[in-house]
Design a protein around this ligand. Structure first.
Ligand code: HPA
Length: 277
């Protein structure tokens, strides 16, 4: 890892520590058009430009970190919400797309909930479904800078199988029982492709044969970035479109609209997981 990479994350943590009292108990990264935890109590908000020295260039990523409490209660959990992220397809390198995740780990935040907008590969899925990642396919760049080469795999694990992913699934089950408008969560494999173009039908067919359930352009770098740190990460896809041979795909605007629609359920889910209620 080069010196500047370390400094950008460390600088961001120093900035946030100076502005915020206490370490948040959880952080959330919001994908395209996803909007949750809008009304945090006692909150402060900082543009990515001030925190990281850069802003996202993609519509639907507002580019601010909001930190506040889940409710008015003094002991309500303090959470940090990163509204937007950086992507490889914006021309950023691995060190930049993992910035928020590395800041979360360096700051000592123990839980990281990653969200993304994704295309449905699984033919049973519907627009608006929420899919907890139980595994992923990494079709992005390998992180030579971080690993310093090709490391041995001591024990093949999935970074997604942990207590936080389990908590999401459990909270989703409970919500589906309590509230008929809360659709049961899906669980599946997320395929990360570089983008920014959406897939050809041939690529969709390939990913289906490789047993992918959803496809997107993010999240895997952030999952990998916190592996081996004290931060546990779980990820969830908002299925914003489902690929079918005979249906057009409406592009980024369709993705943003579908994310907005699903955000209410995601908000319910995250509040339940973060309060342990
Ligand atoms: N493919 C890749 N990324 C996406 C998609 C998709 O179909 N939908 C939302 N993000």
């Amino acid at each position: 890892m080069s010196q500047t990479v370390v400094d950008r994350a460390e600088g961001a943590v120093a900035f946030l520590k100076e502005k915020v009292k206490g370490v948040p108990s959880a952080a959330i990264v919001l994908g395209s058009g996803v909007s949750v935890l809008e009304g945090l109590s006692d909150r402060s908000s900082f543009p990515f430009q001030d925190v990281f020295g850069i802003s996202p260039s993609v519509h639907g990523h507002s580019g601010a970190v909001t930190i506040g409490r889940l409710s008015d209660a003094a002991d309500a959990p303090l959470v940090a919400v990163f509204r937007g992220r950086f992507h490889l397809y914006e021309g950023h390198d691995w060190s930049v797309v993992t910035l928020a995740a590395r800041v979360v780990a360096l700051w000592g935040i123990k839980k990281l909930l990653l969200t993304n907008a994704a295309g449905g590969l699984n033919r049973d899925y519907h627009v608006g479904d929420l899919m907890v990642l139980t595994g992923y396919r990494d079709h992005l760049h390998p992180d030579f800078a971080k690993t310093g080469g090709l490391p041995a795999v001591e024990k093949p694990t999935t970074v997604c199988s942990n207590a936080l992913s389990d908590a999401l699934l459990k909270a989703g089950d409970a919500l589906a029982k309590e509230d008929s408008s809360f659709r049961p969560l899906r669980q599946g494999t997320y395929c990360a492709l570089g983008g920014p173009n959406y897939e050809t039908l041939a690529e969709i067919e390939m990913l289906r044969r490789l047993k992918g359930d959803a496809v997107g352009m993010s999240t895997v770098p952030e999952l990998l970035a916190v592996e081996g740190t004290g931060t546990m990460a779980a990820a969830i896809s908002v299925v914003t479109n489902v690929w079918r041979d005979d249906e057009p795909m409406g592009g980024h605007e369709e993705v943003l609209e579908a994310s907005k629609q699903a955000s209410r359920r995601l908000d319910q889910l995250f509040r339940k997981v973060l309060t342990g209620s």
